[in-house]
Design a protein around this ligand. Sequence first.
Ligand SMILES: Nc1nc2c(ncn2[C@@H]2O[C@H](COP(=O)(O)OP(=O)(O)OP(=O)(O)O)[C@@H](O)[C@H]2O)c(=O)[nH]1
Ligand SMILES: [Mg+2]
Ligand SMILES: [Zn+2]
Length: 302
Amino acid sequence: MTPEVAVVLARDGGAYRILYRGQERTAVLRGTARRDSTRAVAGDRVTIDPATAEEETLAITGVEPRSSLLARRTPEGRGARPVAANVDQVMVVIASADPDPILQLIDRLLVVAEANEIPAIVVVNKVDVAPPDAIVSHLAATGYPVLPTAANEGIGIAELGKQLAGKVTVMTGPSGAGKSSLLNVIEPGLGLRIGAISVKARRGRHTTTTAVMVPLAAGGFVVDTPGFSEVGVWDVTKYELAALFPEMASLAEGCRFGDCRHRHEPGCAVLGAVAAGEVPASRHEGYLAILAELEGLPESWE
Ligand SMILES: Nc1nc2c(ncn2[C@@H]2O[C@H](COP(=O)(O)OP(=O)(O)OP(=O)(O)O)[C@@H](O)[C@H]2O)c(=O)[nH]1
Ligand SMILES: [Mg+2]
Ligand SMILES: [Zn+2]
């Protein structure tokens, strides 16, 4: 019998939840698939031994080649942590308030998407509480689409649904921004757990704990990820960093020095654009913060 392909929805300890012949099933890696260093993650297409179709636990015989992989460097460590495979787009979900947006966290999440060569959209949620203006102007020169939403008032939900339909999307962003809330509105019946913001700290409490991929009625899949407050930028060198800031990428070619770090070098086209107000100073600060971090790291952390 020829092997059939299933989609991994989530890893659950040593087992996987997969979508097989339209049904959610449990599967484990078998044989060479288990010895393989590539462990399956949400979004992976895996081959199934059809002889196990009637059994309670299906056997995964292999992981199909990936079209893309979203990975993060662990903040403390040096390894890459794969989040999801075959991802079409990343949605950076950020609240306009409660918790207050941290612009440099947005920059980091966008750099991770760029480094993985995955298109990104920014969703500014909770516009019922505060306007999205600060984030909109921060990103004005980047070209990233910015979509204002309010999960509880239905603002921007139709547009969000349109963006998600037929694609594999990873929702990322700080804890408490409303990722799970938005998905529950888009797909009633999902019943993802929603967290209460602790009033004292005004911080989310990591309500979602593992990456889970869910099929959408409109087609496509969404991966709801746990929020986090720290992101390591993985697999980027200080020489490549400016290329991952779209509004700086082409400017950098106009710098006097080929190895310009766009910090205080004479004849720097990026600094010129910041001074002229063409690139927001806040984005340049975000760039400098990541640059400093990369300079503190060894060139390669294999
Ligand atoms: N006012 C307002 N509150 C919202 C909105 N969206 C979500 N919330 C609230 O914000 C809190 C956090 O929402 P979650 O959906 O759990 O946030 P999350 O991003 O999934 O958080 P983690 O799973 O921890 O990463 C909950 O109390 C929601 O009810 C919104 O648009 N407006
Ligand atoms: Mg959540
Ligand atoms: Zn420069």
